[in-house]
Design a protein around this ligand. Sequence first.
Ligand code: FDA
Length: 315
Amino acid sequence: MMTTVLRRAILTAAGSEGLRNIVENVPFSRDVVRRFVGGASATEAVGAAAGLAGQGLRVTIDHLGEDTTNRADAEATRDAYLNLLTQLDESGLTAGGKVEVSVKLSAVGQSLGPDGPAVATDFAHQICSSAAEVGTTVTIDMEDHTTTDSTLATIKELRQDFPWVGAVLQAYLYRTEGDCKDLAGPGSRVRLCKGAYREPESVAYQSSQDVAKSYVRCMSILMAGQGYPMLATHDPRLIEIGGSLAAKNHRAAGSFEYQMLFGIRPDEQNRLAGLGETVRVYLPYGSQWYGYLMRRMAEKPANTMLFLRALSSRK
Ligand code: FDA
């Protein structure tokens, strides 16, 4: 209950211009920002990805830039991904999908009026073509519930040319068990997460217990299916249940993967990888890291204390 209140307070504060100014004026190099963000530039992100790959982890890189309000911004985001994929290829990181990219359709134009979804599909298609050329994959992030249908329609279209395009489903939405059934077919890459947006009771479970129960139901469907489930959670209980479901469904290591965010539970990431499991780290980068950082604060109030301490330190 307390956590929910704090989470809402942080998400509200995140919209405050004053707070934004303070946070953005913290030098980027401050440890706490670097703990969650791979860098401000593609070159820094590629360096961070190489470090993770060297530890036996897989990576999915997200270019931060969610508030795309015109076509030029959407083009710039697309170009950032094309440049990133070229740099990853040059560093030998893309083979076999070792390092892939995650794309938010809102960042490539989805919300630009009636033509937005078509623009986003077109730009995402170009990113997928480039990923195919360098031998890796793309996962399309899921955003708030008003975009779910449009995002799934784009994924369906992209999969006609690139069957490996990953979808994301959010366990907090009532609809998601049904979407899991629809997307559990052969080869279907589906990332299952709890969901990060503030959603109304009309569409989403509100309590953490109900969200966790839904996660288990959704995970059971995906793990029993014929696709490639990507279990995106830091929740120890859910990770344990994921392991049990893998055993129950005779899933060998490599027929599904665990995913966690950069900087969150790194010891657990290494522990699972050490057991031979496939673990992929979601690595965000870019100059627009503020909104991302605020969402991480809201999820784990302890992170906020860490951040506030860093703000007040002179290090
Ligand atoms: P939650 O935050 O409820 O934490 C559960 C437990 O995990 C905690 O009680 C604690 O034990 C442990 N834990 C969590 N954080 C910890 C920390 N910092 N240190 C130690 N222990 C910690 N969302 C979305 O809407 N669309 C998307 O496309 C994506 N994509 C995505 C990709 C990947 C790879 C991940 C991991 C997550 C996403 N998300 C997302 C975010 C997701 O929806 C969710 O908001 C966060 O993962 C937090 O939920 P958890 O399942 O980790 O549990």
